[in-house]
Design a protein around this ligand. Sequence first.
Ligand code: NAD
Length: 498
Amino acid sequence: MNNSENPTALIMIFGATGDLAKRKLFPSLYRLFKRGKLSERYCIIGVARRELTNSAFQESVRQSIEEAEGHHDDLNEFITHFYYHSHDVTDSSSYLALKTLANDLDTHYQLEGNRIFYLAMAPEFFGTIADHLKSDGLTDVDGFKRLVIEKPFGHDLPSAIELNNRLRQAFAEEEVYRIDHYLGKEMVQNIEVIRFANAIFEPLWNNRYISNIQVTSSEVLGVEERGRYYENSGALRDMVQNHMLQMVALLAMEPPIKLTDEEIRSEKVKVFRALKSLEGEAVKENFVRGQYGPSNKNNEPINGYRQEPMVKADSNTETFVAGKLIIDNFRWAGVPIFIRTGKKMATKSTKIVVQFKDIPMNLYYQHEKTLNPNLLVIHIQPDEGISLYLNAQKSGDTMNATPVKLNFSNNSVDHMNTPEAYERLLYDCMRGDATNFAHWDEVALSWSFVDKISQVWENQQAEQFPNYEAGTMGPKAADELLEKDGFHWWPVESGDYR
Ligand code: NAD
């Protein structure tokens, strides 16, 4: 593990003219530079299909950073470390020219032979690029070599295995950094700290004191221009297989014996292994799929999913998923973990609500209702923070218990911008810390869980689609899923949990 605080590396970004590079990677690299987290000996080669001169590429890097971060005088200096290589992913001679450029820059900037290959490209290219990186000698270096790839990692378990086998011809497992950008988010990383650094939570973090956990990740946007991709993916593959299950693993794992990437990932893997697999009828009982239909609220017509570009008129693709997960182990037996995620919902919000069990006997009345349960809410995005809901007495109001909220908001306490997920992840990768990347074992286990659900859904046309109106919190069946167990979704859209 390279734990230097200012690691040195040559970073090659494949797909450097694409959306991900422009919106996330260049601004993140600049923010690392601003925070003093990039060594002075850094160098980036942008690789993409189009013909560009170095200076035209540098200008496009400048532009994308200015759009995200505003104008800064030191940008002139920053972008001089960017180089461009016009590339055809299938052509060996192009890799050989790239190798020569990389070796020259390695010597010029004294990069110690450290290389990061970031594939910000469509996944169908991953295998071909990895093959060539090895066969054309770009991975023959004295320092470290690391491969960073974006989701989706396969379409199902067999395709993920095929891709993984191919990548592993060129890179060892510990050299493959599979990005799940949720794992780079401040409050997702905080799940571990909240759990393992507070005496008041860990003793209660089990089936004796927790009644259920709810993880919601809702988006207001629809599929926009990504209809073609989304038709083959759907919310289950796009969100549940990776981000949602990763959050569940962090919530449910046992305390690791040390905070190392190996120990943490091995605890997460145990959660995936304990996740009760669902088949046939059990899928229908525990999972709900939805697809947004048109809406005309306030006379503002909004397209349904089937009216979006590149989407079939009778599409069977789900844009919403809700599910009940059972973790079959000592700690969690009997505690449902409910997840829901979807597009074109009422609010953009990622939140975790941990609902504690009721106290054994209620000595108070509360507006003639039963006592509110204690809740721990972890706000992941767009607001970041923690709220704890307790019951307390209002002044002068004896015998009455009123819910009060203890609030910690990252946004208001910490005026410095918290680092972007990609910024953290790039830095972690440079330092060789793989904790916040998905290990192959996690990817494989989560695919095998999700595949059984998609098999049932794909084999049966959803007659009820579309089944939720754009701008709402999903289909009625998602509410009924919780009602069966005597629960309800805490309203993340209003933020009012009383
Ligand atoms: P994009 O279509 O905007 O960019 C694709 C890039 O690949 C371009 O630079 C293009 O020049 C290059 N390219 C395409 N074909 C090529 C070829 N034959 N040879 C050489 N270069 C070629 O894509 P994007 O939105 O930047 O996404 C890239 C990857 O990241 C995808 O796997 C996507 O799923 C994933 N991703 C993107 C985002 C995002 O915010 N855009 C978020 C998460 C994951």
